[in-house]
Design a protein around this ligand. Structure first.
Ligand SMILES: [Zn+2]
Length: 68
């Protein structure tokens, strides 16, 4: 494997990381269950997604992953 291939893999991993960091989670980060989309926020609620199995709410409890 060449240097260039390694650099390419690294670049791709960073792009994937950015994608995941910038998009809402589709699964609960606590228990891995699929999140449920909230109905349109007529009630003034800012909850976009929530977990039925714990009290996780997006974006309230969402912590954007930080690159180390
Ligand atoms: Zn959960």
């Amino acid at each position: 494997m060449s240097w260039y291939q390694l650099l390419d893999i690294r670049k791709q991993a960073q792009e994937e990381f950015d994608w995941f960091a910038d998009n809402p989670p589709s699964n609960c980060p606590r228990d891995g269950e699929p999140l449920t989309n909230s109905p349109p926020a007529d009630s003034g609620s800012s909850v976009e997604r929530f977990c039925k199995f714990c009290d996780f709410e997006y974006p309230r409890d969402w912590v954007r992953p930080q690159r180390l």
